[in-house]
Design a protein around this ligand. Sequence first.
Ligand code: ZN
Length: 296
Amino acid sequence: MKLIVIIIFFLIPNISIAKLKVVTTTTTLAEFVKQVGRDKVEVTSLTKPQEDPHFVEAKPSYMVKLRQADLLVAVGLELEVGWLSNVQRGAKNPKLLDKKFGFFTAGDFINAIEIPKGKVDRAQGDVHPFGNPHFHLSPVESQKVILALAKKLGELEPNSKTIFMANAEEFNKVLESQISKWQERVNKSKIRELISYHKSFNYFLNFFNITPIAYIEPKPGVPPTPKHIIQLIKLIKDKKIKCIFNESYFETTAAKRLQKVTQATLKVVPVEVETNYIDLIEKLVSAIEDCSKGVM
Ligand SMILES: [Zn+2]
């Protein structure tokens, strides 16, 4: 009897401080999980903010991280198609393969844009076949993901269900309070068209009424050719494009050339959370303002 009491005494503190172990594919998703789960979760992102999540080397250390995890949170819409399933299989943690249990893909909860019509083939480059997966740069799509994550964490940890939902609602409220300020600043900048390397910013640009007029890569996943660059130079001059966004994880040689021979401003900007989500969107909004003022 005494022994049982002692065992229980040592077990209880462990039970009460047991945190949900969550692994995400990107730092932005890790930030969302942290905001919703706070002290009840332990979160790790497989990639760093400077790493391109389309192409990641499936390292054995990722499998080790997944082996211990309760939940895997991915972007989905085939963003991680080239690498994540290998990591999932290698982890030997079957619950992380099933969306009914420990697998969550944020793309299931958003309104995807740019869903290709007809057959997708290799000649079109690395087209995202289920639509553009870079929805996390739209504050409203992110709000949907935050709520869905709260629901998922609540299923895994029913005792904290209401806390997760309250945290999610609080985060969404803070975000909401920023949105109109950001919109006002972008409107004031008068930037209405922009060139980026890849279609990474299209949800952000749609949200702020800016048209992604062209891309530095001629096709998704295909590096720029001299011919394509010449076409872009002509387009920038003809349309008086003021703003080029180059994702910090893509090479900048072509973008620098465009900046040099045109009047456009090049901003090398992050795509994923470096410190927190508000800061990420803030950086993009500031970069738009810089383009309007010609600040490099
Ligand atoms: Zn992409």
